[in-house]
Design a protein around this ligand. Structure first.
Ligand SMILES: NCCCC[C@H](N)C(=O)NCC(=O)O
Length: 463
């Protein structure tokens, strides 16, 4: 037998990560185009922020259904379906003559985006060895982050140069290109065909001989063919009962390790999401009093910090598997501590403290990737998509609720518009994060104790 190519897992991962980066570009495509969108559709800021909210709600609401479909149809189909939904969404956005169609466009983009990340995460353990998974997951997150950078300046420049319709059609075309690449390259697992091969009904040699990096290389010893089974009576395999949605959910939630992963994801990324998705710039400009360019410069620190942390956390969490929950726990405590220092500082916090805030808060993003490692260790394989989707709802629902609460608390103080923003009002509003951290950290403590007990009871150890 020919030696299978060890490069294929990396090629598959590269295209899957590219598909995720495109999803992030689509997700954040309006982040630098707010004024252009307002101009194009003639809408106010409230309606503009509805675009982001609707997309986030669709994303979070679809995580569990997408997870269920993922277990049924596999990662490649979901990545392709998600990619096509986003292409359709951006094409509608490019040509929509009115705002209701633009909202439909954001729903399509949110739905496509929802299909991508968890499918990529589901594919990784099929191609990589356990010890590589934490690092490859963090690298995937990092590539997604690079997508966020593309969606800011280059997309704004493209739309500036060729106009709204051309810019968004260009984005749709890039998406379509990545869908085609995915159809040619992605395979759910070694031995499976690409989407194209499945349509043609013929599997190429590369697919047939593909091997995961978890499989030891062939020893060179002549392989002996298995004994003939002709004379062995065929014993019918016991029928595997197809579980309904609620039974699957109950089975999953009965596992304390899955609940632990959920609370880790709930607690770690919301502060950075809230800051980057909506309230960071208003806080830095309307609260601290910085100019827009200075606020932008400070915000770019968040990308740098998150990327560095991602590079460090991957190897660290796979080296210290037993301690990975505590690494994430410590990061959340550090984020909460810096925020409390900012909130308690009399008046406007000094620059050094703001820099600390913008360096420490984004580490919650890579820390949240640890929750997917924890989920992987505790979720039965046939539930892996469901489990990943469930865990991924944690951070996004917390982010949504905190974004809304901050707006509400600002409004209640009569400081809900740029003219009335003040540092005092922002401090009170951002304090709504504290109960979320405290609740999440408490749940992590409870579920990690239960997980430990469960593992002892079942004689399991972490892999
Ligand atoms: N390097 C930061 C990665 C953050 C990952 C984030 N918490 C997450 O869960 N992302 C899901 C997604 O769809 O982007």
């Amino acid at each position: 037998m020919r030696t299978a190519r060890p490069l294929l897992p990396w090629v598959v991962w590269g295209i899957a990560a590219l598909a995720y980066a495109v999803a992030v570009i689509n997700r954040s495509s309006l982040s630098a185009l707010g004024p252009a969108a307002q101009d194009h559709f003639g809408i106010d800021a409230t309606l503009l922020s509805m675009f982001a909210m609707i997309q986030l709600i669709v994303y979070a609401a679809l995580q569990i259904p997408v997870g269920v479909l993922l277990d049924r149809f596999g990662a490649t189909s979901m990545i392709l379906g998600g990619g096509l939904l986003m292409v359709a969404g951006q094409a509608v956005m490019a040509t929509a003559p009115e705002v209701s169609l633009a909202i439909l466009a954001r729903v399509l983009v949110g739905a496509g985006d929802a299909c991508t990340f968890i499918s990529v995460m589901r594919m990784l353990p099929e191609w990589f060895a356990l010890r590589q998974l934490a690092t490859v997951s963090q690298l995937t997150g990092l590539i997604g982050q690079a997508g966020q950078l593309v969606s800011v300046a280059p997309l704004a420049a493209l739309v500036g140069a060729i106009g709204w319709t051309g810019g968004f059609l260009g984005l749709a075309a890039c998406g379509l290109l990545v869908v085609l690449l995915s159809a040619l390259v992605l395979r759910d697992r070694p031995g499976d065909g690409t989407a194209l091969e499945r349509v043609l009904g013929r599997k190429g040699r590369l697919s047939r001989e593909a091997r995961s990096l978890a499989t030891p290389p062939p020893t060179g010893v002549a392989e002996v063919s298995p004994p003939s089974t002709e004379m062995i009576p065929v014993v019918r395999e016991p029928r595997v009962r197809v579980l309904g949605f609620w039974s699957r959910a109950q089975r999953l939630l009965a596992l304390p390790g899955v609940r632990l992963a959920y609370w880790l994801h709930f607690t770690s990324p919301f502060a950075v999401n809230v800051f980057l998705l909506l309230w960071g710039t208003p806080f830095l400009t309307g609260g601290v009093g910085l100019s827009l360019p200075t606020a932008g410069g400070l915000l770019s620190l968040t990308v740098l910090s998150s990327m560095t942390a991602g590079l460090l956390l991957g190897p660290l969490s796979s080296r210290f598997v037993e301690r990975r929950v505590w690494i994430a726990f410590g990061i959340v405590v550090a984020i909460m501590a810096v925020w409390i220092a900012v909130l308690l500082w009399p008046g406007t916090p000094p620059l050094w403290l703001l820099v600390m805030l913008l360096v420490v808060t984004p580490i919650g993003g890579p820390a949240s990737m640890i929750s997917f490692e924890v989920a992987r260790s505790h979720t039965p394989r046939s539930f892996a998509g469901f489990g990943t989707g469930l865990v991924n709802t944690g951070g996004f629902t917390a982010s949504l609720v905190v974004i809304l609460l901050i707006g509400l608390v600002l409004d209640l103080q009569g400081a809900g518009s740029p003219e009335s923003y003040s540092m005092g009002a922002f401090k009170v509003a951002f304090a709504v994060q504290i109960p979320f951290w405290l609740f999440g950290l408490t749940m992590i403590l409870i579920e990690s104790r239960r997980t430990k007990g469960w593992m002892q009871e079942h004689g399991r150890s972490l892999r």
